[in-house]
Design a protein around this ligand. Structure first.
Ligand SMILES: Cc1cc2nc3c(=O)[nH]c(=O)nc-3n(C[C@H](O)[C@H](O)[C@H](O)COP(=O)(O)OP(=O)(O)OC[C@H]3O[C@@H](n4cnc5c(N)ncnc54)[C@H](O)[C@@H]3O)c2cc1C
Length: 346
């Protein structure tokens, strides 16, 4: 705690012009509308100030938590004693490179990116036009929909690697993109700064029509009128999470203000005043019931940040939240907060 306060004081002193929101309600920075105060949210104006904040935090044996649009995150009701960095305000450059590829910074929204591609007659990003996140969050998650994924269109990614305080340009292959995962989710300490995307030429009208069609599908099928963080669980191989949940009779199941959407069982929605604990409890019940009924174990797709997650032995420079979640992705035995073991390990 002392380190945190010292780091915040140093950030204020060294970057006096930068916006630093203190004790800021996280509920206002995520699509779930859940979460207590963050000790500080910094809005770096460029890569230099972002790097400087990372250096200061590292000097104090802390690490930042990067935030995009907050559309895949569940923040704790207790808030976070952390410094968050937000990309959406200033890291938003987007332009065509001389060779026709797209350059975009991490805070560019996927919908803006898809529209930009369409306006330039470039096809392949139609799938992304309705995904409410940013390019940075999208790279971490390898965001995808309707048969497309960011991995299909990304040529390279520039990132800041906290443990070494160094910038790296990674090829798409080096990003190790997988289904809703990447090098950035599996190894803590990467901040995605920008990416180059290469798309083939297409017909602007056809691209726009496909985007309209996919967005119409979304409006029909997804509970876009209620706060959520998208699909709560990853698709288990060979199955659909929503179907498994429905087959277990859990459509509409609620814990307090958290509910399995009546419209799409793959979504957990906040029907009003849901707490993060209610969402955890609901997700655990859903996962355990589905496991009992079908023998299929569903992993959360939502990044669940909880204050009581244990710091694994990865060194102080690695953000603890991502480490915990990463272990989930690696299938290691890291339980939900408050849970002793994965059901299949009992
Ligand atoms: C209604 C709805 C529909 C959705 N539909 C889809 C869909 O069809 N397909 C899909 O894939 N997802 C979907 N999502 C989930 C979400 O939009 C995506 O996962 C998106 O890529 C997250 O981006 P974000 O900027 O909101 O990330 P955030 O939620 O802000 O962050 C997600 C993770 O990425 C990390 N992160 C954020 N920025 C960076 C960065 N610059 N560098 C390193 N790490 C970073 C965060 O620390 C966090 O761990 C949906 C969500 C909602 C609410």
């Amino acid at each position: 705690m002392e380190n945190l306060e010292l780091a915040i004081a140093q950030i204020k002193e060294e970057l006096p012009g930068m916006t630093l929101l203190e004790n800021e309600p996280l509920a206002q920075h995520c699509s779930f509308r859940i979460g207590g105060p963050a000790r500080a949210i910094a809005v770096p104006s460029d890569v230099t100030s972002l790097s400087r904040i990372c250096c200061i935090l590292k000097e104090h044996e802390l690490a930042p938590l990067m935030l995009g649009n907050g559309t895949n995150i569940l923040f704790p009701d207790e808030g976070l004693q952390e410094v968050l960095l937000i990309s959406t305000e200033k890291l938003t450059k987007l332009f065509l490179l001389p060779d026709g590829a797209i350059y975009a910074e991490a805070g560019v929204s996927l919908s803006r990116l898809a529209s930009f591609a369409q306006q330039n007659g470039l096809k392949g990003l139609e799938f992304a036009s309705g995904i409410p996140g940013t390019l940075g969050g999208g790279c971490r998650m390898n965001a995808g929909a309707y048969g497309g994924e960011l991995k299909d269109v990304i040529e390279s990614v520039v990132c800041y690697y906290l443990p070494e305080q160094a910038l790296y340009e990674l090829t798409a292959e080096e990003c190790n993109f997988e289904y809703r995962a990447s090098r950035f989710s599996k190894v803590g300490g990467f901040v995605v700064l920008s990416a180059v995307l290469r798309l083939p030429q297409g017909d602007g009208e056809e691209i726009a029509a496909r985007m309209r069609e996919l967005n119409e599908k979304r409006r029909e099928k997804q509970p876009l009128d209620l706060p959520s963080a998208g699909s709560a669980f990853k698709r288990p191989e060979g199955h659909f999470a929503a179907k498994l949940i429905e087959d277990s009779g859990l459509k509409g199941y609620a814990v307090g203000g958290a509910q399995v959407s009546e419209k799409h069982a793959g979504f957990v929605v906040n029907t009003g005043g849901a707490t993060s604990h209610e969402v955890y409890d609901l997700m655990m019940h859903v996962r355990n019931t589905v496991y009992k009924d079908s023998g299929i174990f569903m992993e959360p797709e939502i990044i669940i940040l909880a204050p009581d997650y244990k710091l694994e032995d990865h060194g102080p420079q690695v953000p603890r939240h991502r480490v915990s979640i990463n272990n989930w992705e690696k299938g290691e035995d890291v339980p939900f907060p408050g849970e002793d073991a994965r059901p299949d390990k009992e």
